[in-house]
Design a protein around this ligand. Structure first.
Ligand code: NAD
Ligand code: KPL
Length: 305
């Protein structure tokens, strides 16, 4: 009997994963917040995934977080700021046999989740796939990419990664997942807040070369001094390459702000500043950037934590 994939977080990435696992014939259960959400979901008839303009509805079964029954395999696919509460809602269903994939961007939420459920194995993920919600229970697969998975505490991959092969979810096991997460965090810190503050696409940062270079220098020093030297290597040229390659795009933080959604600032820039302080690394420009961003979000009436 194959193990059921529980998916907690029926948003963009949760839907993208649940639909692909389900259509590969694997058992999947969507875990919803409460009975109202479950009723809404059942009324919709399933999750709709739009790929290359074609919409397909997948009747993935749903349940609530307080449904009975153990959870052995869980994909946690909510925002970083929701991860700790989301895991708390199903903690009583997890055991020493449970393995989880944490699909959150940034850093900080993974440790918070792992501390809540010391009995379970937590696998961190970093994804370059892109998806967005077009409506409730309807998601557009917007950009092909890759998901790196890894467990900082245990380098051996779980056998069930073969389910991802079967489901056509491009992935790779990484023995240095923390390096990947830190590298992505550094890229996001050097690009995303400035696009919000300068109200521009990523390419608009070509006009703010000095500001970007100063942030890259501080991020490089931070990574080198907090035990992440591999994530520091050639950071600035990569930031510049990403700015060029994504010049026509709006950063994810820009899109969050434009759509009046809460950002993941605390798990990106906020985490970088916290770690800098903990390690006694001077990061005045990162701290000033964080303050400017918080003021900007406050002025817009958006959450700044
Ligand atoms: P999303 O907001 O689209 O979906 C999150 C879902 O989790 C929402 O449906 C929300 O209602 C649900 N949720 C939150 N708390 C819950 C709870 N307690 N119980 C049940 N459901 C709960 O978010 P997303 O875009 O899928 O992003 C998830 C993570 O992946 C983020 O950290 C994001 O930065 C990262 N990421 C997203 C993309 C993308 O293209 N969307 C790409 C790379 C990384
Ligand atoms: O990941 C990104 C984002 O927008 O969140 C990029 C494109 C790398 C910019 O930081």
């Amino acid at each position: 009997m194959p193990t059921t994939w529980h998916v907690l977080g029926a948003g963009s990435l949760g839907t993208l994963w649940a639909a692909r696992l389900f259509r590969a014939g694997l058992p999947v259960q969507l875990v919803l917040r409460n009975t109202q959400r479950l009723q809404d979901y059942r009324a919709a008839g399933g999750l709709t995934l739009v790929e290359q303009g074609q919409a397909q509805c997948y009747p993935v079964p749903g349940e609530t977080a307080d449904s009975p029954g153990p959870i052995k395999r869980l994909l946690l696919a909510c925002k970083a700021y929701d991860a700790e509460n989301a895991i708390a809602s199903v903690a009583h269903r997890l055991s020493a046999e449970t393995e989880l994939i944490l699909l959150q961007n940034g850093l900080g939420s993974q440790d918070a989740v792992a501390n809540r459920i010391p009995q379970a194995r937590c696998i961190s993920a970093s994804s370059t796939e892109g998806a967005f919600r077009e409506g409730d229970w309807r998601v557009v697969f917007a950009g092909h990419g890759y998901t790196w998975l890894g467990d900082p505490a245990h380098p051996v991959p779980p056998f069930w990664l073969e389910d991802l092969d079967g489901a056509g979810i491009p992935h790779e096991w990484s023995t240095d997942i923390l390096t990947r997460l830190w590298r992505k965090l550094a890229l996001n810190c050097a690009i995303n807040p400035l696009t919000v503050l300068h109200d521009c696409k990523n390419g608009g940062l070509l006009e703010h070369h000095c500001e970007v270079a100063t942030l890259c220098a501080e991020l490089t020093a931070l990574l080198e001094n907090c035990g992440q030297p591999a994530a520091a290597a050639d950071l600035q040229p990569e930031v510049e390459r990403v700015i060029h390659a994504t010049a026509a795009n709006y950063s994810s933080m820009y899109q969050d702000v434009a759509n009046r959604r809460r950002t993941e600032i605390s798990y990106l820039l906020g985490h970088a500043c916290k770690v800098a302080q903990r390690h006694g690394v001077a990061a005045p420009h990162l701290e000033q950037l964080r303050q400017r961003l918080i003021t900007h979000l406050d002025n817009l009436g958006l959450p700044s934590d």
